[in-house]
Write a protein that binds this ligand. Structure first.
Ligand SMILES: O=C(O)COP(=O)(O)O
Ligand SMILES: [Mg+2]
Length: 258
């Protein structure tokens, strides 16, 4: 098993130590004395293990983080909401690559879902298959864009995206068709506005081309070692560690710096 798959690898930060540092920083924040930044965290490839499961260390650290934590993902709306719920942090989420923004009791939608529906219909008319099973949980609750399994016909999807003036994204986990201009970055500006926090004060961690615009609006951006070239090119720092190991290393470092 490679080191990045073992949560208690001695080279990666110990969750209880980072959680204790976060709790101490939260105490300091209560008395106005910490510079721990707000976070914008991608999910797949960032809070997960190479086996696609959520790394349990985040359950210890994120609830104690002394500044806002925004979960920013390409997944459909219910997934990050459920993650926040079960981690025990406020529902501050960007879903569908920026198509949905939910923060502190408000929800906003971006993009043109009708055009995406038409594009998917055209894709299917041409014999394309998004690749999901009958339950279609990947798209069932999707409000603004469409996701396809990476078994889907990429060439045809790209052609359809072009024809309908949509963006095609490959996140390493799925293909997406989304409205142009919609992005995790634009969505974070909305979140920051609602929270009345400067977007430039956020630190972001991510792994794919759908994180590139996010990296551009935050103050400091980290790409994990498992990131694609677009994400690495857009980041301020490229980490040696991958997946949640890398994210934990960033969080530990941010607490030590504050
Ligand atoms: O839904 C995807 O394709 C990837 O999701 P992510 O943005 O959380 O990595
Ligand atoms: Mg990702």
């Amino acid at each position: 098993m490679p080191p990045s798959e073992t949560p208690d690898d001695p080279d990666t930060p110990d969750a209880s130590v980072v959680a204790a540092d976060a709790a101490n920083a939260a105490d300091a924040a209560d008395t106005g004395g910490t510079d721990v930044p707000p976070l914008a965290l991608d999910v797949d490839g960032t809070l997960t293990t190479p086996a696609h499961t959520v790394d349990p260390r985040i359950f210890e650290v994120l609830p104690r983080w002394p500044a806002p934590v925004v979960i920013a993902t390409g997944k459909a709306f219910p997934y990050p909401v459920a993650l926040c719920h079960f981690v025990g942090i406020p529902e501050r989420v960007v879903a569908e690559n920026g198509g949905v923004v939910c923060v502190d009791g408000t929800v906003r939608f971006e993009g043109d879902p009708e055009r995406v529906r038409e594009a998917v219909a055209a894709f299917e008319e041409r014999g394309g298959d998004l690749g999901w099973d009958g339950a279609n949980t990947a798209n069932r609750w999707r409000e603004t864009e469409a996701a396809a399994r990476q078994t889907a016909d990429e060439t045809l999807l790209r052609e359809i995206a072009e024809k309908f003036d949509l963006d095609f994204l490959d996140t390493q986990y799925a293909y997406h068709l989304k409205s142009r201009g919609v992005s995790k970055g634009r969505a974070l500006l909305t979140v920051a506005d609602v929270l009345d926090v400067d977007a430039g004060s956020f630190v972001a961690v991510g792994d794919s081309e759908n994180d590139a615009e996010l990296f551009q609006v935050v103050g400091e951006a980290y790409a994990l070692s498992n990131a694609d070239e677009v994400a690495k090119g857009a980041a301020d720092h490229v980490l040696e560690e991958g997946f949640a190991d890398g994210t934990m290393a960033v969080l530990s470092d941010l607490l030590n710096r504050a």
